[in-house]
Write a new protein. Structure first.
Length: 309
């Protein structure tokens, strides 16, 4: 599986390179990239999620979905606690941005294409549970962390997001076994196929706006990326392997979602609340590039742990 992850991440890196090229040649402007990002997040991702529920009802699927909800919540709570251990508050240090980046991953942009490529609809089906828990926690703890304000109204807004609506509609169609007409299913299938190339190209355009020479000189960026991409996932992998009775697809889907690069959402929230958005963008850039190497390593290490434990 590690070789499959490496192959898929290399493809994504090439697509990211296309995005960088589009930005450098002015084919895609920063304003256009924001619109494309919204399209991916609010149209393409929800379609991918919804279509994952267009599958035959099986008791095993329901059991694994509920299990993924529980484990995802436990994993995210654990990494939040670990972030306070590994990232200490210090004057003149962007501790909140570093903690956010160490906890929250690009589980939508990077997670969906990877899981879909490896486990197809069933993998995305389980990933929806992680994404649901992720959204609930990031719009509470994440927003409070970056803004410094307790704004619980954001929790209500989460349920109006296209992603959560797609999950709810998908659950209804899955349990009621409502199948879409062929023409509609095929049309949504075409939109679904846009997910990987568009998400990676948008990431590439975002990366192109970052100053790489400045990024390379900041050792804290490497430290945060080490936490997010290797230390945290490897810590998580141990209990995931030790817990018996977990389907491999559930375990690896949660692991891939957790080991994905830092969330681009940190930059968006930093802009909104007047934090250091340049720094958060640099962490996102470094993490996205390094994940090409770290994701296969984490998967390989987990496969090895599974054999010896």
């Amino acid at each position: 599986m590690a070789s499959t992850i490496l192959y898929k991440t290399l493809i994504m890196l090439i697509l990211i390179g296309v995005g960088v090229l589009c930005a450098k040649t002015k084919l895609i402007s920063e304003a256009s990239n924001k619109d494309l990002s919204k399209f991916v997040l609010q149209v393409v991702n929800p379609v991918v999620i919804f279509m994952s529920y267009q599958t035959e009802y099986r008791v095993e699927l329901v059991k694994n979905l509920l299990l993924t909800f529980v484990i995802s919540a436990a994993v995210l709570c654990a990494v939040i606690l670990l972030s306070y251990v590994f990232v200490r508050s210090k004057q003149d240090r962007e501790s909140e941005i570093e903690r956010f980046s160490a906890v929250y991953s690009n589980c939508g942009f990077m997670g969906i294409p990877l899981v879909d490529a490896i486990y197809h609809e069933e993998g995305v089906f389980y990933l929806t549970a992680f994404i649901t828990v992720f959204n609930l926690i990031v719009w509470t703890h994440g927003v409070i962390l970056i803004s410094g304000q307790k704004d619980f109204k954001q929790v209500v807004k989460v349920f109006y997001s296209p992603t959560i609506i797609a999950i709810l509609l998908g659950l209804v169609t899955f349990f009621a076994q409502i199948k879409l007409p062929s023409a509609l299913a095929d049309s949504l299938g075409f939109i679904k196929e846009l997910n990987t190339p568009m998400a990676m190209i948008v990431s590439g355009v975002t990366i192109a706006a970052t100053s790489l020479p400045k990024l390379l000189k900041n050792y804290r960026i490497y430290y945060v990326c080490l936490l997010k991409l290797l230390i945290m996932p490897l810590i998580i992998s141990v209990p995931l392997v030790l817990l018996g009775g977990i389907d491999e697809k559930v375990r690896m889907t949660i692991l891939i979602a957790s080991a994905a690069p830092p969330a681009a959402m940190c930059t968006l929230l930093s802009i909104r609340y007047g934090r250091n958005s340049v720094y958060s963008s640099e962490i996102f850039t470094a993490g996205t590039i390094l994940s090409v190497v770290t994701l296969p390593l984490v998967v390989k290490a987990t496969e090895y742990l599974t054999k010896i434990l």
